[in-house]
Design a protein. Structure first.
Length: 508
């Protein structure tokens, strides 16, 4: 696959450009993202679906600008897909031919089921889920996919979109209660077409409507992590808020949604979203920052892997190490650090909260422990923290992201930085467990830095941790001696740290 790939998504409401750069076989990052509210379907639904000149002009100018950006970034491959507005338009093919002639851009029109599949490919690979139902509400359609055990079981597309409902109902001069009544009846009639097996307690919110609602719920809940992707909320807790939006007047929308750019379609989107949540029996929603564009990219990237990343790797970890590892560490040395940390974790696990297992998070933190050195070795642990907080985007819950990042921030004597702990407390393990995890992480780093591949074993009993090594651990001893402990206990180090008897020390 090309090193740089541009994906353009032309929806009924917005057109978006994302430029992906591959960093390795399974690593990638986004280097550019642009969006324009083209509203290509504006005025179409009341005129037989025909695309109108005002929307076509905006689309042309947007695509021309996107192509300039693509050229500037020296992109090797460009993929462009169009969804319901162009798909449903009698003059859609004329627009496609015109764009091909004028701009040289090939547009692939995808049906609703393919649109749903792209969203599901992105969600199943880049969210910490194994099952659920994706809901992607666009301007003209709502596309859904049923995921079970990491596999896409079925897809379905409903003729329910924000622009469609806006023009059919919400733009009419009627009381808002009557508009809601008529629009809800329309939605429920369309939902009767949804197959019976589309039931699940977890809804996966994809697209602008779901993201807008999640952002406001994050704000209301004082969520400490400023990251929408993988944010999860309980539907019943925010049912009143979700149901109030469609009944709001246009003037009062700022009470519910701070983003003015969403005022024109958020009532319609919230109404559709609410009714779908009822229909599928969802109890919770996980927010997705990825969708069609990532799905298009991953379909090409993972075409030889059945559209799935190998279960043994995480794409965010791969991408971070591709870009921030200061030197290529021998695989055996990397494994020795992880093996060392794993041994210490299982030796001291008895002291941790037994309800949860934090082994995976510890190993990821150890794998990333040197990424801050790429910027500078001074305060590298601080750099590592900020890199992880920003770049651990895919396949992790917010609790995992916070814990891994906070372990990377630990350095030296203290096991917990109180301001950080207070800021992220609701996402972290209890304080005692966090102290032990921080101790295990820091001790592992100290030992690995000083041991040079030594065979190290651990034993813990009667509040004594014994560390046995077949090589000297001299440089680690001073650091370990000063290291804070979760509880009072002794550390005994038995290593090969002596001066050979047959060598004299000549001081003078």
């Amino acid at each position: 696959m090309a090193k740089r790939t541009a994906v353009i998504d032309i929806g009924s409401n917005s057109a978006r450009l994302v430029i992906f750069e591959k960093t390795s076989r399974y690593g990638f990052c986004i280097i550019c993202e642009q969006k324009s509210k083209v509203r290509i379907g504006e005025g179409a639904y009341e005129k037989g679906g025909l695309l109108q000149p005002i929307g076509l002009k905006r689309a042309y100018l947007t695509l021309k600008s996107f192509l300039n950006t693509i050229q500037k970034h020296e992109v090797h491959k460009t993929l462009c897909v169009a969804t319901s507005a162009i798909r449903d338009a009698p003059n859609g093919n004329l627009f496609i031919s015109w764009i091909k002639k004028e701009l040289g851009l090939s547009i692939k029109v995808i049906d609703g089921k393919k649109e749903a599949q792209y969203g599901a490919i992105a969600a199943s690979n880049l969210l910490p889920i194994h099952e659920g139902i994706t809901i992607d509400i666009g301007g003209g359609s709502s596309d859904m996919a049923l995921i079970k055990e990491g596999k896409i079981i079925d897809t379905y597309s409903l003729n329910l979109g924000t622009v469609r409902l806006k023009e059919l109902f919400f733009d009419k001069s009627m009381p808002i209660e009557i508009i809601n009544q008529k629009a809800k009846a329309y939605i429920q009639k369309e939902l009767q077409k949804l197959p019976e097996h589309f039931k699940h307690t977890l809804a996966i919110g994809i697209g602008g409507t779901a993201r807008t609602l999640s952002k406001e719920i994050m704000r209301q809940s004082s969520h400490p992590l400023d990251k929408l992707h993988a944010f999860t909320y309980d539907v019943n807790t925010y049912r009143t808020y979700l149901e109030a939006i469609p009944l709001s007047s246009a003037k009062n929308l700022k009470r519910f949604v701070p983003d003015k750019g969403r005022y024109d379609t958020i009532r319609e989107g919230a109404l559709i979203f609410n009714e779908i949540l009822y229909a599928i029996g969802a109890d919770s929603v996980i927010s997705s920052g990825v969708g069609i564009r990532e799905g298009v990219f991953l379909e090409h990237m993972l075409k030889d892997d059945h559209f799935r990343f190998p279960s043994t790797l995480n794409p965010s970890i791969v991408s971070i190490l591709d870009r921030f590892r200061p030197f290529i560490t021998a695989e055996r040395k990397k494994k020795s650090k992880l093996k060392l940390g794993s041994k210490l974790y299982h030796t001291l696990k008895i002291n941790l909260d037994q309800k949860d297992d934090y082994h995976t998070e510890l190993l990821y933190a150890l794998e990333l422990s040197s990424i801050g050195n790429m910027l500078t070795i001074y305060k590298s642990h601080q750099h590592a923290f900020y890199i992880a907080m920003q770049e651990l985007n895919y396949g992790f819950t917010h609790k995992q992201i916070t814990l891994i990042s906070l372990l990377l921030r630990m350095h030296g004597k203290e096991l917990i930085l109180k301001p950080f702990y207070q800021d992220f407390k609701i996402l972290l393990p209890n304080k005692e467990t966090l102290l032990w995890l921080s101790f295990i992480y820091t001790l592992t780093v100290f030992l690995h830095e000083a041991s040079n591949g030594a065979a190290i074993e651990f034993h813990y009993a009667a509040k004594v941790l014994t560390i046995t090594s077949d090589k000297p651990l001299y440089l680690a001893k001073e650091k370990i001696k000063a290291l804070e402990k979760p509880i009072p206990f002794a550390i005994i180090i038995k290593d090969e740290d002596h001066i050979p008897k047959n060598k004299a020390l000549n001081i003078f």
